[in-house]
Design a protein around this ligand. Structure first.
Ligand SMILES: [Zn+2]
Length: 510
């Protein structure tokens, strides 16, 4: 079996083969850093993270480029409103993006090129397009791409001429008259006073101005794969479905017109939309949700990844409160199972666990090889959890096979809650729990220390006290302790082998 991926260009699932054996160039359109990226943007970034991780797990050396769009209409408007230079204005949003990415356990790309660091490459690309006669200077001083000079235009989006015109005119400003054809798009925009004010204008042989958004991606991609692979064709270009037209169509036109190649990327991979409670996320609906909102609500990153991966990336996903709550519960269960598995690790696997481990590996591999079928891969993790819990309940021990198969799946999917749980050993007579009546009594106002580690120690002490009350058959006091722990985000669970597990179920209050 080899990895197969749906290619938007051919509308088919195809066997993946890179241009150079063992190496993959992957270009993903990154955030426009004028604001916090929302959860819909991050659904795309998570799909790309899965793609990247699966390519690496399959043995490929992946060179992953994710650009940061730091010059466009939105960043200029933001900088202007804030009264700051563009380069400075975007910094906090670049930082926020990396913070959110870290929270969602998204792997670092190989490079995060900022558009404004690649202005010379963009100017060279415009010059080349002008020299080839596929671009022209409009009366307004901007440079436009002449779509009629590029017959393959529309191949990716498969839109006919009429649709292309409608789509293009929706997006252009009042300066349409300066273009030869309504479909033509600006690759270089003549400098306006508001651009100058925030430092978003550069000198160029064809006139002072700034790059168009589509041109930025073409220039950065060609420049970076040229440096790293000595080629001008990408293996995979990915993004959200909303980028197919016009962004990716325009990237193809600019790139192929200058390289003379038939393809700009051999595989085009697109992730579907995320809706919020049945509505498209938009400013108009006031339903924009960001990862930082979810983090502040104490939602675990594993739960968000789980929720995203339980729907195939090519299907629309509806984010609801119920869905999120269910994912949180399921992710917590996966995290607890993981803790239990690691805590009872031994030198050899029981036959049942060895068999379950083999199935997990096989199922995850087959699922992800078939166009990143994450829902099936996640289902395999749940099956392993349920078999694993049954085996552990029966006193069986996991060995290297079980532990490494789980770690392999979790490394790629990252869906288990990372909230820690503690095991309070309560073996009678081994210095553990003894039936005493001198355990601390719950008094009103009892609260855990604010330091998370000290709070865990506090929870462990109370869990021990509860066990002591239970041994002394003082169930009323044992219940009061359980309630106290619950109130502060800890859950106590008694295992059949006599040990007590204390699980942090809510994020620590910092
Ligand atoms: Zn792009």
């Amino acid at each position: 079996m080899t990895f197969r991926l749906f290619n938007t260009l051919t509308r088919q699932v195809e066997a993946f083969e890179p241009l150079q054996a063992g190496k993959v160039s992957l270009y993903t359109c990154g955030p426009t850093v004028y604001n916090y990226a929302h959860i819909g943007n991050f659904r795309t970034f998570l799909f790309e993270d899965l793609l990247r991780r699966w390519l690496e797990a399959s043995g490929y050396d992946v060179f992953h480029v994710m650009n940061l769009t730091d010059v466009d209409d939105k960043t200029i408007a933001g900088a202007s409103a804030a009264g700051q230079p563009l380069r400075q204005y975007v910094l906090r949003y670049i930082e926020a993006f990396h913070e959110d990415r870290g929270y969602l356990r998204i792997k670092d790309a190989s490079v995060y090129p900022r558009a404004t660091d690649f202005i010379p490459a963009m100017i060279r690309l415009v010059e080349a397009l002008l020299a080839k006669g596929v671009a022209y200077k409009g009366e307004d001083g901007s440079v436009y791409f002449a779509i009629r000079k590029f017959p393959a235009y529309g191949r990716l989006s498969r839109l006919d001429t009429r649709e292309l015109k409608a789509g293009a005119s929706e997006r252009v400003a009042n300066d349409e008259y300066t273009k030869d054809d309504v479909r033509d798009f600006a690759i270089w925009k003549a400098a306006r006073p508001e651009d100058e004010k925030v430092g978003a204008a550069w000198d160029a042989p064809f006139g002072r101005g700034r790059p168009g958004w589509h041109l930025e991606c073409s220039a950065m991609a060609l420049e970076l794969i040229g440096q790293h692979f000595g080629t001008d064709v990408l293996d995979i270009h990915a993004g959200g479905v909303d980028l197919i037209f016009p962004h990716h169509e325009d990237e193809i036109a600019q790139s192929c017109a200058v390289t003379g190649k038939d393809l700009f990327a051999r595989y085009w991979a697109h992730g579907e939309f995320l809706n919020i409670r049945g509505e498209k996320m938009s400013k108009r609906f006031g339903n924009i949700t960001t990862p930082r909102d979810l983090r502040e609500d104490g939602v675990d990153a594993g739960a968000i990844r789980l929720l995203m991966f339980q729907t195939h990336y090519r299907q629309q996903l509806d984010l609801t409160d119920e869905g999120l709550a269910a994912a949180q519960k399921a992710s917590t269960r996966l995290g607890e199972f993981q803790n239990r598995l690691m805590a009872s690790k031994s030198g050899t696997d029981s036959p049942r666990l060895a068999q379950a481990a083999e199935r997990l590996r096989k199922d995850v591999t087959e699922a992800l090889d078939e166009d990143l079928n994450a829902p099936r891969a996640v289902a395999a993790m749940f099956t392993f959890m349920s078999d694993g819990n049954a085996a552990l309940d029966a006193g069986e021990k996991p060995g290297p096979a079980a532990v490494s198969a789980w770690a392999m799946a979790e490394e790629i999917l990252g869906v288990a809650s990372q909230k820690r749980s503690m095991i309070v050993e309560a073996q009678p007579g081994s210095g553990g729990i003894t039936p005493v009546t001198t355990a601390p009594v719950v008094t009103p106002g009892e609260t855990p220390p604010s330091d998370p580690a000290e709070a865990e120690e506090w929870a462990r002490r109370w869990a021990t006290a509860r066990a002591q009350y239970k041994s002394a058959r003082n169930y009323a006091e044992a219940d009061r302790v359980r309630a106290l722990l619950g109130q502060h985000g800890f859950q106590v669970r008694d295992s059949r082998d006599g040990s007590i597990e204390v699980v942090r179920v809510a994020a620590p209050k910092v």
